[in-house]
Design a protein around this ligand. Structure first.
Ligand code: ADP
Ligand code: MG
Length: 343
C-alpha cells in the first residue's frame, strides 16, 4: 500500500456524515506540525470551510496497520462523528472528532483511505503533565484551592463521561491527555479516538463495543494489566470497567494534591526504578503506605500532610481493591482538603 507521507501541502478530504446520511465533504491542506503523540501527528491546516481553527490528527503507521488488519476499528469514528453535536452538547469538555480524513473524496474502498480526523484546536491550554512538572520542580507549587479545584473538576468530568448512555471509559487517562487553561479553571479531555464505548448500530440495531486503544505505563490499573496479560497477540483489550478509570483518577488526584507540597510529578507507585511502575501497580505496592518499595522519607513526610480521610481513600483504592467513585472523591476533597490549615 502506498502511503503519502504527511507533509506541508498534502491535501486530505474531510467527511461529515450526520443523521441525514448525506455525505458532506471539504478539503484541507496540511500547514505545520502542531504536536506529536504516541499514536499520531497533529497538524494545523488551511481550509476555506471551517468556522474555527481546526487540527488534523493523522494516525501513525502502527495505528493505520491496526485498522487495515481490523477494518471495523476505523468504524469507531463513525458514531462519534454522526453524533458529534449531541456529544458536544452533553460532554463539552471532550475534544470530539469532527470529520473523518480521507486521501480521496470518495466512499468506495474507504477504510484503506482513512488517515485520521479533524478536531477543533484549543489555544492557551497546556497539558496537566506540564502543570505537575512545574510543581515538582518546586517552582510553582499549586495553591490549596487550585489543587482542590483541579482535582474536583477532573472528578466531575470523569463522572459525567461515565454517566453517558454509551458508557464511555477514557482508558488512556494520562496527564498528557488532559489539557488545562492558564488560570487552572478549565479542563479538556483529548484523545477521544481511543475511548471505549458501546452504541447501537443505527442500521442493524446491534450493540457495538468499541475497545480502548492503547494505555500508558504508570497510568493503568491492575484490571487492565491482568486483561493485557490474558489477551492474544494483536487482539483488542476486552471491555474495562469504570473502576479502571477510577483507579487512574486516584493516581492523578495524588499527583495533583502532592503538587501543593511541591512534589507534583511524584507518582504514587514510584520506587527506585521507574520501569517497575506497572509491576508495583499490579502488586498494589502503594509506596507511601508500605515498606516496599522503599521511597524517600521527604515524600512520605509530605504525603502525611494530606488529611487522614483522604489518605484512607488512597489506601482503599490502591491497596484494598475498593476504588472510590469520582463523586466520593469530590465530596472528600471539598470536605477535607479545602479546610486544611494554610502553610
Ligand atoms: N484539540 C487539541 N488542541 C490542542 N492541543 C491538542 C489537541 N489535541 C491534542 N493536543 C495535544 O497534542 C498531544 C497529542 O495529541 P493526542 O490526541 O493525545 O495524540 P496521541 O493519540 O498520539 O496521544 C496531546 O498530548 C495534547 O497536548
Ligand atoms: Mg494522547
Amino acid at each position: 500500500m502506498v502511503q503519502p507521507i504527511p507533509a506541508k501541502g498534502t491535501r486530505y478530504f474531510a467527511l461529515l456524515i450526520d443523521e441525514s446520511n448525506q455525505p458532506d465533504w471539504y478539503d484541507i491542506t496540511l500547514n505545520s506540525v502542531f504536536n506529536k503523540g504516541g499514536a499520531a501527528e497533529l497538524w494545523t491546516v488551511d481550509t476555506d470551510n471551517a468556522n474555527f481553527t481546526i487540527l488534523a490528527k493523522l494516525w501513525n503507521d502502527e495505528v493505520l496497520a491496526g485498522i487495515a488488519a481490523h477494518p471495523p476499528e476505523a468504524g469507531r469514528l463513525i458514531p462519534l462523528i454522526r453524533h458529534r453535536d449531541e456529544l458536544y452538547a452533553k460532554l463539552r469538555f471532550v475534544v470530539w472528532p469532527r470529520r473523518i480524513l480521507f486521501t480521496r473524496p470518495e466512499l468506495d474502498n474507504s477504510v484503506a483511505d482513512i488517515r485520521g480526523f479533524t478536531m477543533s484546536k484549543l489555544s492557551g491550554y497546556r497539558k496537566l503533565f506540564a502543570v505537575l512538572d512545574a510543581a515538582q520542580e518546586g517552582e510553582t507549587p499549586l495553591k490549596l484551592h487550585e489543587a482542590a479545584y483541579l482535582a474536583e473538576a477532573l472528578c466531575g468530568n470523569v463522572q459525567r463521561l461515565h454517566a453517558h448512555p454509551w458508557q464511555f471509559r477514557f482508558g488512556d487517562l494520562t496527564p498528557n491527555n488532559i489539557l488545562v487553561d492558564a488560570q487552572l479553571t478549565d479542563l479538556y479531555f483529548v484523545d477521544a479516538d481511543s475511548f471505549q464505548f458501546t452504541y447501537n448500530d443505527p442500521f442493524t440495531g446491534a450493540a457495538q463495543q468499541i475497545a480502548i486503544n492503547g494505555l500508558t505505563p504508570g497510568y493503568t490499573s491492575p484490571e487492565a494489566i491482568a486483561a493485557n496479560k490474558r489477551r492474544q497477540r494483536g487482539a483488542f483489550l476486552p471491555p474495562l470497567s469504570e473502576d479502571h478509570d477510577n483507579f487512574i483518577l486516584a493516581i492523578l488526584i495524588y499527583q495533583i494534591l502532592m503538587s501543593h507540597f511541591g512534589l507534583g510529578g511524584t507518582h504514587p507507585f514510584q520506587g527506585s526504578n521507574e520501569d517497575l511502575l506497572d509491576t508495583y501497580i499490579e502488586n498494589r505496592q502503594f509506596a507511601p503506605e508500605l515498606p516496599d518499595p522503599p521511597i524517600n522519607d521527604y515524600i512520605v513526610a509530605q504525603y502525611k500532610r494530606i488529611p487522614e480521610n483522604i489518605r484512607s481513600a488512597f489506601r482503599h483504592t490502591f491497596i484494598d481493591q475498593k476504588p472510590l467513585k469520582p463523586a466520593e472523591w469530590k465530596r472528600l476533597i471539598s470536605d477535607s482538603w479545602r479546610s486544611l490549615p494554610p502553610g
